[in-house]
Ligand binder design. Structure first.
Ligand SMILES: NC(=O)C1=CN([C@@H]2O[C@H](COP(=O)(O)OP(=O)(O)OC[C@H]3O[C@@H](n4cnc5c(N)ncnc54)[C@H](O)[C@@H]3O)[C@@H](O)[C@H]2O)C=CC1
Ligand SMILES: CC(=O)C(=O)O
Length: 308
């Protein structure tokens, strides 16, 4: 499996490359960046570790060399300022992102290649990629609420003093202000979280708020997310590489799940070698359903205002 990371010289891209390297599952990692010196530097630094872990081919490349990639991970883009919403970023990132899609198109890509969008606003840019590249929507996916879900799980686990690996709870909807916590199916070691002592509505609100504002907190404290987002990117790439058919909250253009259509948003999605295998509509509480619809509406409004 050959993975090209566009924007791989930046924090998110290089952290994703490191997570992929440590796992040793994909065989080839190409770092592509507008800043070619940075790409060369990151690729060289990673390559130096290849005799210790992973053992993959790692190099800095270009679009021509990327044409036979199995997965294009796009992390290139501008970062959100602490007081800026992810949707505010759109005006600054769309032109840049469009240029990248044109470069991928011009250089050519395999008909079964997958496009995996991380750059923000991720749901909008995922829809843009699906529109521009003319690929089946199953081949275009975005990181969506993967990172929010990871944050949510680890914060819940810390609160109840359990291993983060035991906590299963999802955030769905937009990777942004309208994201929706799914408490109806949240568990720890298979037990319903809402039955845990002290796990009341006020604690739930507190935990969700902390998860939702974590991105801004990380930006304020260290400039931007890196390690956790790198790991969640690797989780999706590994689900693809190993055809795991894993249920993940990635973003993709919807075709009817929860009544949603023509909007890229996170719902429970089975991910495998062909990308989006299927969307899974598990019953939600009415307020979760309403939250998901409102989130989709917020994204539709942004999409319809976009000059594409
Ligand atoms: N979906 C998610 O959960 C998350 C998304 N992000 C998003 O990821 C993106 C990248 O964030 P960071 O890595 O922190 O930023 P960064 O500034 O560290 O890296 C961005 C990289 O993109 C490169 N780049 C810019 N224009 C390019 C182009 N046209 N072609 C190729 N490379 C280009 C830059 O040279 C730079 O190396 C941002 O849009 C950020 O908002 C960040 C964290 C989480
Ligand atoms: C930057 C961003 O989207 C996050 O850290 O959640």
């Amino acid at each position: 499996m050959k993975v090209t990371i566009i924007g791989g010289g930046g924090r998110v891209g290089s952290n994703a490359a490191f997570a992929l390297q440590c796992a040793g599952i994909v065989s080839e990692i190409q770092i592509l960046d507008y800043n070619t010196d940075l790409a060369e530097g990151e690729a060289l630094d990673l390559l130096h570790g290849a005799s210790v872990v992973g053992g993959q081919r790692i190099y800095a490349g270009d679009y021509a060399r990327a044409a036979d990639s199995d997965v294009f991970v796009i992390t290139a883009g501008l970062r959100r300022k602490p007081d800026e919403s992810r949707l505010d970023l759109i005006n600054r990132n769309v032109t840049l992102f469009d240029g990248i899609l044109t470069s991928i198109k011009d250089a050519g890509f395999r008909s079964d290649a997958l496009i995996f969008v991380v750059s923000n606003p991720v749901d909008i840019l995922t829809q843009l990629a699906a529109t521009r590249l003319g690929l089946p929507t199953s081949q275009v996916l975005g990181l969506g609420t993967m990172l929010d879900t990871a944050r949510f799980r680890s914060l819940i686990a810390a609160q109840i003093d359990q291993s983060p690996a035991q906590v299963k709870a999802l955030i769905l909807g937009e990777h942004g202000d309208s994201m929706v916590p799914i408490w109806s199916s949240a568990t720890c070691a298979g037990l319903p979280l809402e039955k845990f002592p002290g796990f009341n509505a006020s604690l739930q609100t507190q935990l969700f708020t902390r998860a939702k504002t974590s991105g801004a907190e990380v930006i304020r404290r260290k400039g931007g997310a890196g390690w956790a987002v790198g790991l969640t990117i690797a989780e999706v790439v590994h689900a693809i590489a190993l055809n795991r058919q894993e249920l993940l909250p990635v973003s993709s253009v919807q075709n009817g799940c929860y009544g949603l259509r023509n909007v890229s948003i996170s719902v429970p999605t089975i991910v495998g070698r062909k990308g989006v295998i299927k969307h899974v509509e598990v019953p939600l509480w009415p307020k979760e359903q309403q939250g998901l619809q409102a989130s989709a509406q917020a994204l539709r409004t942004t999409w319809s205002n976009l000059k594409v």
